[in-house]
Ligand binder design. Sequence first.
Ligand code: GLU
Length: 278
Amino acid sequence: MIVTRFAPSPTGQLHLGHAASALFTFNLAQKDGGKFLLRIEDIDPVRCRDVYSDDILEDLHWLGLSWQAPVRKQSQHMKDYANALDQLRERRLIYPCFCTRREVLEEAKAAGHAPHEGEEGPVYSGTCRHLTEEQRDEKSKSRQAVWRLDMKKALALTGSLSWHDSARGAIEVCPERFGDVVLARRDVAASYHLCVTLDDASQGITLVTRGEDLMASTDIHVVLQKLLGLPTPTYHHHPLLLDVQGKRFAKRDKAVTIRALRGAGMTPEEVRQKAIFS
Ligand code: GLU
């Protein structure tokens, strides 16, 4: 029996792209007689709002989706993320980095690394990787640190890894291209990569479905699973729903939120028909 999940971030209203992803996942679970779970990814207190979480659940209900309780809210599990970070810190697999965003960018440019497209930002040159304890103590007096995964060290431990995408087959892991990714931010004590990895395991997810824009991140998650002794689920990265101009939907496009479509008098069935990947 498969266990799937839909994991929105409550930083705005659900739009048609989210609806397509949720319906796709829900239908897979239904077809298999499996479970469909929800997770609210609300670790960022500045960007996330409770009112959006409530609206998301209400919109999903309106669309005809149901899920198995409880809904997991990441903000209620900060302790779990802190424990995992402690474990990685004790094993010296993460280190504090005091560089500012601008320094990271400038160093990456100087090292000839083009800034990476998407979530990860530029590849970190590793300036803080080999600081001594004294240097760390000194720097921490004036600056807060982010915690980075020592990717080389991690991969030396895990050896080569792969994961399975049900649409694409076996994918070999090569997260070196992201360098030492951030696992705990300055403003939020954990990162997307860490939380998603721990939560998929805690919720017993066997099939992770999400947009293909997040496919590269899966390499990082699989490394973390191996380091933390967690199972690797199967993945399915689906296409992104595009508007008539071929652009992906964004939270700022107010006209395609489920709320706006409801307000304009559309029925759930009409919205469901619009929320299908071509
Ligand atoms: N919270 C992420 C988003 O809203 C989804 C993360 C995931 O499915 O792994 O884009």
